[in-house]
Every structure is written in C-alpha cells, then in structure tokens.
Design a protein around this ligand. Structure first.
Ligand code: 26Q
Length: 764
C-alpha cells in the first residue's frame, strides 16, 4: 500500500483537507484509522493450540508509535509527517494514555502481548475495559491528590465486536459486551487481539473525584481499575469485576473452541490459559462449571481444567496474596461455591497438611485462598525471576513445591525492546544498527556483539552524546509539561521511578538526599551536581506511602529555595508518572535506583528498561537485579546491602520472638544514621511540611521500619557516592553503559515468551 496516498485519502475523507493542512489532532486520527485498517487486514496466527492470557491489568500505554513499528510503517509515516512539518512524537502527544494497570504486573502483560504477536504465536489477552485507568496524580502543597483518568474517546483503539455473553451474578444476569484492541506483531505479519469485556450500559462519569457509588451495579462494574498495588482492597466490587472477567472470558474460549470444531472434552489439547497472578483465579471453578454444563462429569471437567490452566505468581508479600471470604463469592457467584467446595474437598482428601488447603478458617469465617486453588488445579506454577522462584520453592510455597515439584518453574521477566528501546530511544537504536547490524531488532542476543566496541573511543563517545541529548530532551519536556520545573542536564541523572511502596524503599533514597543536603550545608561540596528524579503513585488509601511522597516533595521545596545547595543537588518528582513519562525519562538515566529490600521485589522490570538504555544499576541483590549482576559483572553494577537469606532469617527470628530479629532502633542510634532520620522533624522541614505526616514517618522508621531501610542505608550511601564518583571518568563510565546495553538482550520479553511457550504453552 502507498502509505502517503492512503494518509491523504483519509485526511480528505475525514476532514476534507490536504494532509499538509491537518493539525496534530487530525493527523493523529488519520494515523489511528490507518493503523486500524492495516492491523485488521492481518490474519490471525495459525496453530491448533491457542493461549488466552487472563489479566485484570494490561498497562498498554499509548499505542500509535508501537503499532506503526509493528506494522512496519514507522519510518515511512515519520517521513510523511516531516514533509508536513510535524513529528510523530508531537502527534502522539494527542493520544490519551490507556493506563489500564497499576504497575509492573500490568505492564508485563502488555509487553507479553507484544512479544506473543511478534513471535507469531496464537495468543490473545483477556481483561476488562475500565473506563477510568489508574487515577491521575496531582500534587498540591506537597501532597498527592487523585483525579479520575478517562481515556476512551469517540475514536479510539477499541473495536466493537458484537460478541456478547451473559454473566450470571447472584443478583441476576449481566450482559458482557466484547471490545477488542488489535495487537499487530512486529516482523510476523499476523495480528492477535486484546479482548476487553465491558457492561452494556456503563454509568456516566462521576461528578467529582475518584469516589463513586460502588454498589451501583452493574453500571459501575467496569468503571475503575482498582488503584492498589499489593494492597488487598478487600472489596466486594473487586470480586464482581473478577467474576465478570473470567466468566465472560471462559465463555469466549468455549465459543471459539466450538467454532474451531473441537469437542469441549478435548479443551486441554487446544487451549492454554495463563492466570496472571490470582486476580483471574475464579476462571478455574467457572470453567469446571461450564464444562459440566456441557456434559462432562466432574472428574472429566477437573482433569481438563487442570491440564489447561497455568499460574504466574508475582509477589511474596503475604498481604498481597488474595484470600476472599467465602461469603463474598456466595454473594457474587453462588453457583461457584459448591464447585470450590468440591475442589477443596478433593485437595484435602489428597493432602492432609492444612497449610495447602483451599478453604481455610472455621464455619462462618471461611476464606478461599486463590493461589492454593491455582497450584492444585493448574499444571504450571512460575515465579518471575530466578531468586523469586527459589524463594517460592524454598519458603513461601514450600509445602506445595514438596507436593508438586514438577509444576514449579522460573520465567525471568522481560520487556519489549521495541517500545523500550527502538521507539523511546531511536538514536541509540540506530547506533546499535551501525555497530551490530539491524538483526538485534529480531534477535536481541545479537546485542552481545556490542562488546566488540569496548575499546572503541568513537562508539563510547557516541554513547555519551546520545545520553546527553536524551537528558536535554527530558529536561525540555519537564519544563514544558511539569509546571516549568527545571532539571540540570549537566548533572548526574539518578532516577527511581516505580509505584510507591515501603518495600521499594523510596524513603531510603530520601535519606540519601538528606545526607547530601547536610553535607553541602556543612561545606563539603560534592564532586559534581546530581539530579535526583522520583516518579511514583501511592495507592490512595496507603497512608505511609503518601507520607513518603510528602517527604520527597518537601525536600524538593527545601532544596529549590536554598541557593547554597541548589547548584549541587536537585530533587524532582514527576507528577503523574505513567508509561508515557517512563518512555521520556528512562533513556535519560545515568543511575538506575533498584533498592528494594532483598527478597521483596519479585523481579522488577524497570531495572531491565534502564539497563537497555545504558543506565548503570545501583541496587540490592533482589529480584532480577541478581541476574543483571551476573550478566554485567561486578564492575558494571553497584550492589549493596543485606542479602535475601539474611533478610528472611531476620523475619523468621522476629516471628518467633518479637524482641529478636531486626530492631530498627539499634540502627537509628548509629551516628551516621540518626541525624538523617532526625532531620525529618527539623525546623526547616516542619516549617515546610505537615508535621503530623513527617512525625508518623519518622516514628515508623525508628520503631518499626518493617522493610529495613535503616539496616541498609549506610551501605547504600557508600555505594551511591562511589557510583557518582566513578561517573567522573567518562570513558570508564561509557564502558559500563556499553556492557549494560550489550547484556540487556537476555531481558527481551521475546526471550521470556519463547520460554513460556517451550515449557508451558506448547503452541507450535
Ligand atoms: C490485589 C487485591 C485487591 C486489589 C488490588 C490487588 C493487586 C493489584 C495489583 C495486587 C497486586 C498488584 C500488582 C502487583 C505487581 O505489579 N507486581 C509486580 O509484578 C512485576 C511483574 O512480574 C514484578 O516485576 C514486580 O517485582 C512485582 O512487584
């Protein structure tokens, strides 16, 4: 197809204008329609087995650039736009971001869909069409506020399908309407689909804020994505959402199975269901229900489902493991209760250990342990990084691993380098083309060839130039879109962007900022200026997380107002950090902060995106950081802090005797630590901030510090200062960048998906 000609036809048809006369908004809609036409003209992949990736979240981000890339018309469209005096990135500014996920788990699902399509595999996503994505974050007086975040416009990526199913809730049936988003595969010529279910008559927008009547069902079923990351909201509406998704999804699977001409008795030969954390776990009893309704015996149905479903665990935080009161399920989907009781009875008959029961608790207090159902009635259980899977097998899920050793397997996460390198860092991508050839775009292991340039000063200089250009660009966008806030592009960019959670330890990063501030005030001028950038949303009900945001924003104001400190230290916090901001900021990073308490971050995926863009990791030996460290070697990463075995040991000691194990006060009393923690309530801070919030935070640090920030803070400061000092040797630093980029191919989600397919799905 002649792309330019088709763009011209569309601009005429839609706006009766020449392409060159169109503004950004019109060009966006021309390109949206063009992409939809091309994607919908593509065939579905061949293959008798089909994967359904069930997830409550798909944090897809803006789609225009990525779809143009996958459709193979990115360069051509960029050229046509340039002829009209526009850039693709300016056109994409018009696109609203669909923030249909909280963070890592949702973004992983989006990367996976991209890779499944790129590998030409037969696999679709199944989820919900939330009308409001994750809340929009606003800062006011150094506090976070939440606003609704609508993303659906009259013309969007959603394609109506006309497909409908009835979902039988306790209160009556609700029609589920299916909308699709096309997922074109790069280099594969096919397109898969993201299936998003919605109610027939969604409620209109709420008048104000993100609060709404949660009992207004069914109209409110798909209104909001739950704004929690790892916090159990414990809400009935969440269970309604989950059942709506899995019932409609299971009906879709059976419909397609029939259309493909297969008997439901053979479903496990033709279907694989990946359950993304426990949010879709009710698909297991629902599928049993639907199969028995189609004539299978209970034994047959259970056997088929157990060979169809596979479960991915994304967390070891006990509070994030979903356990629903049986009364909730009784209310939402009473027809599932006898099935769940039957599944539980079978598990109890086979395994007397009460720790592996599905239903736990006495009469009236019974809870359904969703992960336990997945493990007994799924054929695969995987963790998301080597360390995480080891911890699952050896401690968190040990009783299960002893029963089902063969089910457990590791699939280290990955990210799509198409979005996270080719699109977001085109200059680096073309340097890589020059150095290693363009094949890395389909085979990321080819990036290893970059090691040949370890001593090539021209290439090392180019890496530094590209990084400097990306820092300038990020600074310009900051001034444009973040209320004129200035970054210093000459400074070291030290970045921590991820959801706000105590275990991720943004508070420890803030303690480093305090340390630097006090050093400068004492006349000890640092070697070079540092810009510390944060980006993080706190779950609206997570008070401690909001207090940490408050601390960071107060430090920002304190430093901005201090002419002695300002030349050497900047603190910036991105308002409304999302996928769009991630694409702007990650290419500009020098030091990537991955400082979770060892054993707590299942994998992390931001760490991989930073590495691929030439940032050097400063991190604990947690999650996938462990694998990054192995791949790049000790000279090209800064690791510090307590190891996971020691941390787990400390928690075990504390569980046995609360006077044993980690005692934060002991670390608080250390001379290097006390002044940092005390600073939270110093006069300069209480004058700027909310004393009660700062006091609550300080009190927690001294007396609890559940995630042991004070245990690691001294080692952290030393490692971070070492990294900032090393930055001064530009050639040596450029080599570290080069090694990180060269070794990042392993973290392509194409590799991860190839492993899922080889070990779990067997699609072709
Ligand atoms: C649970 C119950 C009620 C309401 C919300 C939730 C909920 C929502 C989202 C629980 C957990 C999540 C998200 C978890 C998550 O993002 N986990 C991250 O998954 C990434 C991909 O595997 C990992 O890289 C991260 O380490 C892990 O934290």
């Amino acid at each position: 197809m002649d792309i330019k000609q088709r763009m011209q036809e569309l601009s005429q048809a839609k706006y009766s204008r020449e392409l060159a006369q169109c503004g950004g908004e019109q060009l966006y809609h021309v390109l949206l329609q063009l992409s939809q036409e091309l994607a919908q003209a593509r065939p579905a992949p061949a293959g008798e087995r089909k994967l359904y990736y069930f997830s409550a979240e798909f944090l897809i981000g803006k789609l225009l650039s990525n779809n143009l890339l996958a459709l193979g018309i990115f360069d051509e469209v960029s050229k046509v736009l340039a002829e009209c005096g526009h850039t693709l990135s300016a056109v994409e500014d018009v696109e609203p971001e669909p923030s249909l996920g909280n963070g890592g788990l949702g973004r992983l699902a989006a990367c996976f869909l991209d890779s499944i399509a790129a590998l030409g595999l037969n696999g679709d996503g199944v989820g919900l069409n939330y009308h409001y994505g994750l809340f929009e974050q606003r800062f006011h007086r150094s506090h976070q506020y939440e606003q609704p975040n609508p993303w659906i416009e009259d013309e969007s990526w959603l394609i109506p399908t006309g497909v409908e199913f009835e979902v039988p809730f306790g209160f009556g049936g609700v029609k589920a309407r299916l909308l699709d988003i096309a997922v074109p595969g790069a280099h594969s010529g096919i397109a898969n689909r993201l299936h998003l279910f919605d109610v027939e008559n969604p409620a209109p927008a709420p008048a104000d804020g993100i609060d709404f009547d949660k009992s207004d069902l069914p109209a409110r079923l798909t209104s909001f994505l739950y704004p929690d990351d790892s916090d159990e909201a414990g809400r009935l509406l969440r269970v309604y959402q989950q059942y709506f998704m899995v019932s409609a999804g299971a009906q879709l699977i059976l419909k397609e199975l029939e259309e493909r001409g297969f008997d439901p008795r053979t479903i496990s030969d033709h279907v694989a269901i990946q359950i993304n954390d426990t949010h879709p776990s009710m698909v297991i009893p629902e599928l049993v229900r639907l199969l028995t309704a189609r004539g299978l015996s209970m034994d047959e149905a259970v056997a088929q489902v157990s060979r169809t479903c596979a479960y991915t665990n994304h967390t070891i935080l006990a509070e994030a493991l979903e356990k629903w009161p049986l009364t909730f399920i009784e209310k939402v989907a009473p027809q599932l209760v006898p099935i769940i009781r039957e599944l539980d009875a079978r598990a109890k008959a086979a395994h007397s250990d009460p720790r592996v029961a599905i239903i736990q608790g006495g009469a009236g207090r019974e809870v359904v342990h969703m992960a336990h159902m997945d493990i007994h009635y799924g054929y695969s259980v995987n963790g998301v990084a080597a360390l995480h899977t080891d911890i699952l097998k050896n401690s968190e899920l040990k009783p299960f691993a002893d029963i089902y050793p063969a089910k457990f397997n590791n699939k280290t996460n990955g990210v799509t380098l198409r979005r996270w390198l080719e699109v977001c860092n085109p200059q680096l991508a073309s340097l890589l083309d020059e150095c290693v050839g363009t094949e890395w775009r389909t085979d990321p292991t080819r990036l290893n060839k970059l090691m040949d340039y370890y001593n090539d000063s021209a290439v090392l200089d180019r890496l530094l130039e590209i990084k400097a250009a990306n820092k300038r660009r990020a600074s310009d966008l900051f001034i444009r879109d973040q209320y004129g806030i200035r970054l210093d592009p000459e400074a070291v960019f030290d970045i921590q962007v991820k959801r706000l959670h105590e275990y991720k330890r943004q508070q420890m990063n803030a303690l480093y900022v305090i340390h630097k501030y006090l050093e400068i005030k004492a006349g000890r001028i640092p070697e070079r200026p540092v810009t510390v950038i944060f980006g993080a949303k706190a779950a609206p009900a997570y008070v401690m997380a909001k207090n940490i945001i408050h601390l960071i924003l107060c430090l920002r104001r304190l430093i901005e107002n201090d002419p002695q400190v300002r030349p050497w230290l900047h603190v910036a916090m991105v308002e409304n950090y999302n996928v769009t901001w991630a694409e702007r900021i990650i290419p500009a990073c020098d030091i990537s902060e991955q400082i979770s308490l060892a054993s707590k971050e299942a994998s992390g995926t931001g760490n991989m995106k930073f590495m691929a863009n030439g940032a050097v990791t400063l991190g604990t030996l947690d999650g996938a950081n462990v694998e990054i460290a192995e791949l790049v070697g000790p000279d090209n990463i800064y690791t510090f802090g307590a190891g996971s075995n020691y941390v787990i040991e400390l928690y075990d000691q504390k569980a046995k005797d609360s006077s044993k194990g980690y005692q934060s006060r002991v670390y608080y009393e250390r001379p290097a630590v006390k002044p940092l923690v005390d600073f939270l309530l110093s006069p300069v801070m209480t004058e700027l901030g909310d004393e009660a919030a700062l006091k609550a935070l300080q009190n927690d640090m001294i007396n609890k510090d559940w995630f042991m920030a004070l245990l690691d803070v001294e080692a952290y400061i030393a490692a971070r200062d070492r990294a900032i000092a090393d930055y001064g040797d530009r050639t040596a630093w450029a080599r570290k960048m080069l090694v990180n980029i060269a070794r990042s191919g392993f973290f392509s989600s194409d590799r991860t998906i190839a492993e899922y397919n080889r070990d779990i799905w067997n699609l072709k």
